[in-house]
Design a protein around this ligand. Structure first.
Ligand code: MN
Length: 702
C-alpha cells in the first residue's frame, strides 16, 4: 500500500526538499479535510488523492501539480472554500484545484449527447493552466482503475465519458500510454463480455504465434547486427479496444487482425531510423503503399516514427515502427514528457503554460518543417490556448464562439431572428448586460420580444461577423423604410405649396421623372429625399413640370412626431424639446437634424430652402428629450440628493450630472435631464426653484 512516505521518497529523486515538504503538507491537509470520508471500496478517502499524485509523480510533474492532486476533491467534497486554500497554499495551487473542481462539476451526461468533440474543446478552454487537465486526467485514470466497486449504471456512465471525452483529450495531448489505458478500461466497463472474449482470444493467439514472433524477432535482430546498427527490437500487440474498433469499423475478422505481426525497433538517433529501414527492406520485401514517414511529417499531436509493412517468410505481414528513444518517450507521454525530461531546469519561466507552450512550439516546428502546419494548428494549439469560448444554450446544446463574444453574438449564432428581436439576456440564470463577454461553461439564455429591433450601439461590442452583418442589414432596412416615409412627407409638404399631392400626379409623369434620375422605383427617390441627398423642392418642380412657377400658397411646416427613427436626430448643440421653435437641417446621407430656430450653428443657412425645412411639433409627439440645465446654488451638504429628489418629484429623469465649485459658497451644477416637452421642463424648473439656496437656473443652449 502506497503511503505519503514512499511517495515523498520517490519525489526526492527529482524535487527539492522544500517542494517535497509542501506536497506532504498538502497531503496532511487533505487527510484532515476528508477525515471520516471513505471511498466505495471502504478505504479512507485520502488514498484516492494520494494515488492521483502517484500517477503524476510517474510523469515527474512539478510540486504544484502534486499539491493540487492531493487537494483536488477538497473544494468539491468537503466544502472548504478556495480562499482557505489560497491562504494555506497560495494562489497557483488554489487555482489548479478550482480548475479541476470546475471540470468535475461539468456534467457531461445531462447535457445534449453527440457533442463529445465540443466537450473536449470546452474542457480545454476552461482550464487556463494545462496542468489542470493533467491533474484531471490522472484523477480520472485512478477512478477508472478502481471502477469495479461502483454500480453498473454509474460505471457505464463514467466509462462512456472516459471513452468520449478523456481518451481523446489524452490523444490530442500525445499521451498515448494514458489513452490506451483509458480505452481498455473503458471498453471493459462498457462491454465486459466483448472485452473478455477478445482478451481470451488474444491470449490464445499469443500462444500460437509465439514461435513465429520469436523467429521474426531473431531475424530482425540479426539483420541489425549484420549492418552494425544499434537498436532494440520489441514485439508489440494491439490493445483490446483498438482490435475491437478494427473489427467493428473495418469489418475485419479477429484472425485477420491477429495475423499481422507487429514490432518496434528503438534506436539512438534519427539517422539510424532510416538506415534500419533500409536494412529491414533488404531483409523482407516491403508491401507497396504502406510506408509512412512520420518523422519528416509528424502526426498532428507530434507523434513521430517510421512505419512500414513487410512480407515475412511464407508471406506473413510484419508491421514495423522505427523510432528513436526520445520519439518513443514523446509517443507515450506527449505533453507530459516535458516534465519527465526537463524537471530540474529552473531557467524556464514559471508561467503556467510554459511547458505546454514548449511542447506546442516543438510540435509546431516539426509541422512547419514538414510543410503542413494547418492540421496541427486546428487540432492542438487552439485547444491549449483557446481563441474560442464554449457556452451552453438553455437546452444544453454547445455553441462555439470566438473569444470576447457577447450574448448578442450568441443570439445571432442561434438564429438571425433571435438576434434581431433580442432585448436582454440571462447568464447562468442571472440577468446580465448584453455587452458582457461570455466565458466557457456558461449557460446563456436570450430574452426576446416580438417587434424588437437591433440597437446600433451593439455594433460597438459584437465580435462575430454574423452578428455585425445582420445588425447592419437590419439597421439599413429600418433606415430605408424610415427614410422613405420622411422623404414622402417632405415631398408632399412642398407639393402642398403648389396645391398638389403625390397621389394627384399622373403615374406616367412620375415614371418620366424617375427615368430622368435613372431610378427604378419611387421608393428610391423618396429614400434619397429623406436622407437629404436630393432636395424635395427641386423634385416637386420636376414632377409638376413648372420650372418658372412660384408656389401659390405658403407651405406649412412639417410636423415632427418623434417616431421618425434613424433618419431624424436632435442636435446636440441646442437640444430642442417639444414646444421649442425648430428647423430641420438636411445633410446629405445623414437625414434630418432638428435644431432650435435660434441655434447659432445654423444661423447662416436658416433661410436656404434647399438646406433647411420649417418644422413644427406634432400634437401627439412622443418620447423623452434631453435638455441641459445649469443650476447655481449655495453649497450645502447632500445637495445632489436634494436636486435628484426634486427632478424626480416632477417626473423628470437625470441622465447626467456634473458639479463645479465656483467659490467657497456657490456651487454650479450641470444637469442633463430628460423631459417630454417644454411644459414638463417648466414644471421641473419650478420644482427646483423651491429648493433652499437656489440662486439661478438656466437652460443651456449653444
Ligand atoms: Mn477525484
Amino acid at each position: 500500500m502506497a503511503s505519503i512516505d514512499t511517495l515523498a521518497e520517490r519525489l526526492s529523486t527529482y524535487l527539492g526538499a522544500d517542494q517535497v515538504n509542501l506536497v506532504r503538507r498538502a497531503y496532511f491537509y487533505a487527510e484532515q479535510a476528508h477525515d471520516g470520508q471513505r471511498r466505495r471500496s471502504g478505504e479512507a478517502y485520502v488514498t484516492h488523492p494520494l494515488a492521483v499524485a502517484n500517477i503524476l509523480a510517474d510523469m515527474h510533474m512539478d510540486h504544484q501539480s502534486l499539491m493540487a492532486a492531493m487537494l483536488h476533491d477538497v473544494i468539491e467534497d468537503t466544502g472548504i472554500a478556495k480562499e482557505a486554500l489560497i491562504a494555506q497554499f497560495g494562489e497557483t495551487v488554489a487555482d489548479l484545484v478550482d480548475g479541476v473542481s470546475k471540470l468535475t462539476q461539468m456534467n457531461f451526461e445531462t447535457k445534449a449527447e453527440a457533442q463529445a468533440e465540443n466537450f473536449q474543446k470546452m474542457a480545454m478552454a476552461m482550464a487556463r493552466d494545462i496542468r489542470v487537465i493533467l491533474v484531471k486526467l490522472a484523477d480520472r485514470l485512478h477512478n477508472m482503475r478502481t471502477l469495479e466497486v461502483l454500480s453498473g449504471e454509474k460505471r457505464r456512465r463514467i466509462a462512456k465519458e472516459t471513452l468520449e471525452i478523456y481518451a481523446p483529450i489524452a490523444n490530442r495531448l500525445g499521451m498515448h500510454a494514458m489513452r490506451v489505458e483509458f480505452e481498455d478500461l473503458g471498453f471493459k466497463a462498457m462491454h465486459p463480455m466483448r472485452s473478455g472474449l477478445i482478451a481470451k482470444a488474444v491470449k490464445k493467439a499469443r500462444g500460437n504465434r509465439k514461435e513465429i514472433v520469436n523467429k521474426i524477432e531473431e531475424s530482425l535482430t540479426h539483420c541489425l547486427q549484420r549492418d552494425e546498427l544499434e537498436g532494440e527490437v520489441v514485439g508489440r500487440e494491439k490493445h483490446l479496444y483498438s482490435i475491437y474498433q478494427k473489427m467493428r469499423g473495418k469489418h475485419k475478422a479477429f484472425n485477420e487482425i491477429m495475423d499481422v505481426y507487429a514490432f518496434r525497433i528503438i534506436v539512438d538517433k534519427v539517422d539510424t531510423c532510416y538506415r534500419v529501414l533500409g536494412a529491414v527492406h533488404s531483409l523482407y520485401k516491403p508491401l507497396p503503399g504502406r510506408f509512412k514517414d512520420y518523422i519528416a511529417i509528424p502526426k498532428a499531436n507530434g507523434y513521430q516514427s517510421l512505419h512500414t509493412t513487410l512480407f515475412g517468410m511464407h508471406g506473413v505481414p510484419i508491421e514495423i515502427q522505427i523510432r528513436t528513444r526520445e520519439m518513443e518517450e514523446m509517443a507515450n507521454n506527449g505533453i507530459a514528457a516535458h516534465w519527465l525530461y526537463k524537471s530540474s531546469d529552473d531557467e524556464q519561466p514559471k508561467g503556467t503554460h510554459a511547458r505546454a507552450r514548449q511542447w506546442v512550439k516543438g510540435v509546431l516546428e516539426m509541422q512547419q518543417r514538414a510543410g503542413n502546419s494547418l492540421e496541427f494548428i486546428e487540432s492542438v494549439k487552439i485547444d491549449l490556448f483557446p481563441d474560442e469560448v464554449y457556452v451552453f444554450t438553455p437546452k444544453g446544446r454547445i455553441m462555439e464562439l470566438p473569444k470576447g463574444s457577447t450574448a448578442v453574438d450568441f443570439a445571432y449564432a442561434v438564429h438571425t431572428d433571435v438576434g434581431n428581436s433580442c432585448i436582454a439576456c440571462r447568464i447562468n440564470r442571472r440577468l446580465a448586460p448584453l455587452s458582457q463577454p461570455l466565458e466557457s461553461g456558461e449557460t446563456v439564455e436570450i430574452v426576446s420580444a416580438p417587434g424588437a429591433r437591433p440597437n446600433p450601439a451593439w455594433l460597438n461590442f459584437v465580435v462575430t461577423g454574423k452578428a455585425r452583418t445582420h445588425i447592419r442589414h437590419a439597421l439599413k432596412q429600418q433606415r430605408r423604410s424610415e427614410s422613405i416615409s420622411l422623404g414622402e412627407r417632405l415631398l408632399n409638404k412642398v407639393l402642398a405649396g403648389f396645391d398638389s399631392h403625390l397621389d394627384k400626379i399622373a403615374a406616367e409623369r412620375v415614371r418620366g421623372v424617375l427615368a430622368e434620375y435613372r431610378m427604378e422605383v419611387l421608393e428610391d427617390l423618396l429614400e434619397d429625399i429623406g436622407l437629404g441627398n436630393r432636395m424635395a423642392y427641386v423634385v416637386a418642380r420636376r414632377l409638376l413640370a413648372s420650372e418658372g412657377e412660384q408656389p401659390q400658397s405658403a407651405e406649412g411646416p412639417l410636423a415632427i412626431r418623434g417616431t421618425e427613427g434613424l433618419v431624424l436626430s436632435y442636435a446636440k448643440c441646442c437640444t430642442p424639446i417639444p414646444g421649442d421653435p425648430i428647423v430641420g437641417h438636411l445633410s446629405a446621407g445623414k437625414g434630418m437634424v432638428v435644431h432650435l430656430e435660434s441655434c447659432k450653428n445654423i444661423a447662416e443657412i436658416r433661410n436656404n430652402p434647399e438646406k433647411c425645412v420649417q418644422l413644427s411639433w406634432a400634437k401627439d409627439v412622443t418620447g423623452e428629450f434631453n435638455v441641459e440645465l445649469r443650476v447655481e446654488l449655495e453649497h450645502q451638504r447632500g445637495l445632489i440628493a436634494l436636486l435628484a429628489g426634486s427632478v424626480n418629484a416632477a417626473d423628470g429623469n437625470i441622465e447626467k450630472i456634473g458639479m463645479d465649485e465656483r467659490d467657497g459658497r456657490i456651487s454650479v451644477v450641470q444637469l442633463v435631464i430628460s423631459v417630454h416637452d417644454r411644459v414638463h421642463l417648466a414644471r421641473v424648473i419650478r420644482k427646483l426653484r423651491t429648493l433652499m439656496g437656489v440662486v439661478r437656473i438656466t437652460r443651456v443652449r449653444a
